[in-house]
Write a protein that binds this ligand. Structure first.
Ligand SMILES: *[C@@H]1O[C@H](CO)[C@@H](O)[C@H](O)[C@H]1NC(C)=O
Ligand SMILES: *[C@@H]1O[C@H](CO)[C@@H](O)[C@H](O)[C@H]1NC(C)=O
Ligand SMILES: [Zn+2]
Length: 481
């Protein structure tokens, strides 16, 4: 018996990575459950082993290190050779072929007040990850795809040391460059496992402690720290509180670099040029990657602008979230990555970021769409934003001459700067479109109207276009960004 167990244990030691088995976890009601999980890694800490598990049917942000007693070894399944699951991508399915320039008649537009059943979903948004754009690494002038190479080894001075310019490169006892592997590598090859695992335990950012959800290619040396310290204004990363304090005596930033292009109340937006403020932009991307399960840019920030939203108090302008945007997009993208930091999620900031991105598009006189794929949370936020924005317009339509009011998809798109495809997919998602006697008719049910009104009452944070001071640049006319 004893021998047999040993053999099994030995087997487990060699073979557990990639295996699947039920793992004990608490569900939202704090009850025990045993969902199937994949073992991604094993590590020894003094006296015991820990297993890093991914729960198969759950979002990766729930992945965690567990002790062996939580593993149901009896039900161990050995890995099958199987293709990696493709990235989840919550895009609305196929595009409709039709209604876009057709006149759409709106039935039931205008105020209606009949009490009825619960409102339409309108999932209140959480964070808003989206995106993927895998840039080439750019060093100086040469742009080339990054080879799959391990992180650079660097001498590590014993303490913070060094002088302190506004650059991460100014030696604070930490390597200057983030890792060149990880999510920067587009195919999921040898470091698949590495990038599937959270590597930073905790980040202190101003008065917040953040628990990362996903891998981010911070320098390897920093991944063993219990807490990684960030300067909340320049986003420089430091390995200890002491180093941070030291940095703060020298860092005089109290807001993101770049121009403040919007301010209303305590909310501001700063526009940062990824070429001019490269270090800041890279550090922002590193932080963002902790909460975005996508490949994202870290090095070649030149082709991007970053719009950082802040909330002001006596201590300064505190980062709440951001989105990035290509200086020139051939595909009408008006957002690349977008994120509300976790302490600010579920409070309307995500939608504010989205609203701002469309305000910029309005000033540019263009329609825009977020880069695909959208994350699960990103799609929820966008759906909700699109629905509210479109319903706002439809409900404002006045009957003309006693006839049903009319509007085209193009009209909606031009008024909102929401790209036509997204207008159509939203109308379909809301299930408003009916085809009747050769015409498309939009029917706004009482449920829809009520749900919309309720949602709008909760939407306190809005962008006020009068507070936006923004002149778009024509980047195509500049030889170089
Ligand atoms: C950039 O890359 C080239 C070729 O790989 C190399 O020779 C050069 O030293 C690098 N420049 C910098 C600034 O790292
Ligand atoms: C950002 O870029 C501007 C313009 O190049 C520069 O003056 C400023 O010092 C930079 N700030 C930071 C924090 O990098
Ligand atoms: Zn700083």
């Amino acid at each position: 018996m004893c021998i047999l167990l040993r053999i099994i244990t030995a087997l487990l030691e060699i073979e557990t990575q990639g295996c699947r088995l039920p793992v004990l976890r608490k569900n939202q009601e704090n009850e025990d459950e045993w969902p199937l999980a994949e073992i991604l890694s094993v590590k020894e800490i003094p006296g015991r082993k820990l297993y890093y598990v991914h729960y198969i049917d759950f979002n990766k942000r729930l992945d965690e290190w567990v002790t062996p007693d939580r593993l149901d070894m009896k039900k161990l399944q050995f890995p099958k050779k199987e293709a990696k699951t493709p990235t989840k991508n919550g895009l609305p399915g196929s595009r409709p072929s039709s209604p876009e320039s057709e006149v759409v008649r709106v039935a039931g537009a205008g105020p209606q007040h009949t009490p009825s059943r619960p409102p339409q979903p309108q999932a209140q948004q959480k964070s808003i990850p989206t995106k993927t754009s895998l840039p080439d690494f750019q060093n100086g002038t040469a742009r080339r795809p990054m080879p799959n190479q391990p992180g650079r080894k660097r001498k590590q001075p014993p303490n913070c040391g060094g002088t302190d310019e506004d650059s991460q490169d100014s030696s604070d006892g930490i390597p200057s460059t983030p890792r060149m592997t990880g999510s920067l590598v587009s195919d999921r090859s040898h470091d698949d496992i590495v990038t599937r695992m959270k590597n930073i335990d905790c980040i202190e950012l101003g008065r917040h402690r953040l628990k990362p959800w996903y891998f981010s290619p911070y320098p390897q040396e920093l991944t063993t720290l219990p807490i990684l310290y960030l300067c909340e204004f320049c986003l420089k990363y430091l390995k200890s509180l002491k180093c941070l304090q030291r940095h703060l005596t020298k860092c005089n930033l109290r807001h993101p670099p770049g121009n403040e292009i919007y301010r209303k109340g305590t909310i501001s937006f700063f526009e940062i040029d990824g070429r001019k403020n490269k270090t800041y932009s890279q550090n922002l991307c590193l932080l963002a990657k902790c909460f975005l399960d996508h490949k994202t840019l870290y090095y070649d920030t030149d082709p991007f602008l970053f719009y950082v939203m802040t909330e002001y108090d006596a201590k300064g302008f505190h980062i709440v979230g951001y989105f990035s945007k290509e200086k020139e997009s051939t595909e009408d993208y008006n957002v690349a990555c977008i994120l509300t930091l976790p302490p600010y999620q579920r409070r309307g900031y995500g939608k504010l970021l989205i609203e701002f991105s469309y305000e910029l598009s309005k000033v540019e006189g263009k329609t825009g769409t977020p880069e695909k794929p959208l994350s699960d949370l990103g799609l929820l936020s966008y759906r909700s934003y699109w629905s509210q924005t479109i319903l706002e317009i439809l409900m404002d339509l006045k009957p003309d001459n006693g006839e049903r009011p009319q509007i085209t998809i193009n009209d909606i798109s031009e008024i909102t700067s929401v790209k036509k495809e997204d207008v159509i997919s939203t109308l379909q998602y809301l299930n408003l479109i009916n085809y009747y006697k050769g015409q498309y008719i939009l029917t706004l049910s009482e449920d829809i109207v009520e749900g919309h009104e309720r949602a709008m009452q909760k939407r306190h944070l809005r962008i006020d276009s009068k507070c936006l001071h923004f002149t778009p640049k024509d980047w195509s006319k500049r030889g170089k960004w």
